[in-house]
Design a protein around this ligand. Structure first.
Ligand code: B1M
Length: 213
C-alpha cells in the first residue's frame, strides 16, 4: 500500500505545491485516485476541522488547507472520471445559498465521479433560481445539496420548494448532506436521501437511480 502521509501532511500544512507533488508521486507509485480521496484528503480535512475546533488552527490555516485540497482535486478529477464505468446518471450538485463551505461537497463530487456519475458542480452559495435553471437545462437524475451552517439549512428547504414551484420536483431525486444535516432533517424538508459522508452519498445516489420512484 502506497504511503500517503506526505500528502496528508502537505494538506495539513496548507502547502499546495507539496500536496500536488505528493499526489503525483503517489499516483505514479500505484495509488488510485479514490485512495487519495479516502485515505489522504478526507482524513487530512477531518484533522484540519479538529485542529480548528481545538483553537490550534484559525481561518487562514483553513483556507490554505482548502486550497491545497483543490490543487489535488485538479490533478485527480480527470482520472476519477476515467475510472468510472459507463455513466450511472447525472448529478447537479451545489452548496446552498449563503454557504461558502465546499470541501465536503468537493469530496462528494469526486467520489460520485469515481462511482461513475456525471457531476455538474454549481459551486457554492447557489441561489434557488440558479439551481432551478441548471436542473431545467441539464436534466439530472439527482440534485445534491450541501450545507455546513445551521443558518443555511433552511436554504435547503427553499431549494426543494423552488424545484417544486418550477414543476421540476417530480423529475429529480434530491439528496442532502453536510455536517449539521440529519436523516430526520432530510425527511422534514421532503428530500429523498441523506448522505452522512461521501461514501454514503455514493451509496445513496446508486439507490436513487436504481429505484427512482
Ligand atoms: Co466554517 N464553520 N465558517 N469555514 N468551518 C464550520 C462548519 C463550523 C462547524 C466551525 C465551528 O464553529 N465549530 C461553524 C458552523 C457552526 C454552525 O453553523 N453550527 C462554521 C462557521 C461558523 C463559519 C463562519 C460563519 C465563520 C465566520 O466567518 N465567523 C464562516 C461562514 C462562511 C459562509 O459559508 N458564509 C465560515 C467560513 C469557513 C472557511 C471559509 C474559513 C472554511 C471553508 C473553506 C472551504 O470550504 N472552501 C471553513 C471551514 C473549513 C470549516 C470547518 C473547520 C471544516 C469544514 C470541512 O471542510 N470539513 C468546520 C468545522 C468542522 O467541520 N470541524 C466549519 C471537512 C469536510 C470533509 O467535511 O464538510 O462535513 P464536511 O463534509 C462531509 C460530510 O458532511 C458529507 O460528506 C463530506 C465528506 O465526508 N457531506 C455530504 C457534505 N456535503 C454533502 C452533500 C451530500 C452528502 C454528503 O449530498 C449531496
Amino acid at each position: 500500500m502506497v504511503d500517503l502521509s506526505s500528502l496528508r501532511d502537505a494538506i495539513l500544512d496548507g502547502d499546495a505545491a507539496a500536496a500536488a507533488t505528493a499526489a503525483s508521486a503517489a499516483l505514479a507509485g500505484g495509488a488510485s485516485p479514490l485512495e487519495l480521496v479516502e485515505r489522504a484528503i478526507g482524513p487530512a480535512m477531518d484533522e484540519v476541522g479538529r485542529l480548528f475546533e481545538e483553537g490550534e488552527y484559525f481561518v487562514p490555516e483553513l483556507l490554505v488547507s482548502a486550497r491545497a485540497t483543490k490543487q489535488v482535486f485538479e490533478l485527480i478529477r480527470p482520472l476519477l472520471a476515467q475510472a468510472g464505468v459507463a455513466s450511472r446518471g447525472r448529478v447537479v450538485l451545489g452548496t446552498v445559498q449563503g454557504d461558502q463551505h465546499d470541501i465536503g461537497k468537493n469530496l462528494v463530487a469526486a467520489m460520485l465521479e469515481g462511482g461513475g456519475f456525471e457531476v455538474v458542480d454549481l459551486g457554492v452559495d447557489v441561489p434557488p433560481s440558479r439551481l432551478v435553471a441548471a436542473v431545467a437545462e441539464r436534466q439530472p437524475d439527482i440534485v445534491g445539496l450541501s450545507a455546513l451552517l445551521t443558518t443555511t439549512m433552511p436554504a435547503m428547504a427553499q431549494a426543494v420548494k423552488a424545484l417544486a414551484d418550477a414543476g421540476l420536483r417530480e423529475r429529480v431525486r434530491v439528496m442532502v448532506g453536510g455536517a449539521p444535516v440529519t436523516q430526520a432533517f432530510a425527511e422534514s424538508i421532503g428530500a429523498d436521501a441523506f448522505g452522512a459522508n461521501a461514501n454514503a452519498a455514493v451509496d445513496a445516489a446508486r439507490r436513487l437511480v436504481i429505484s427512482p420512484g
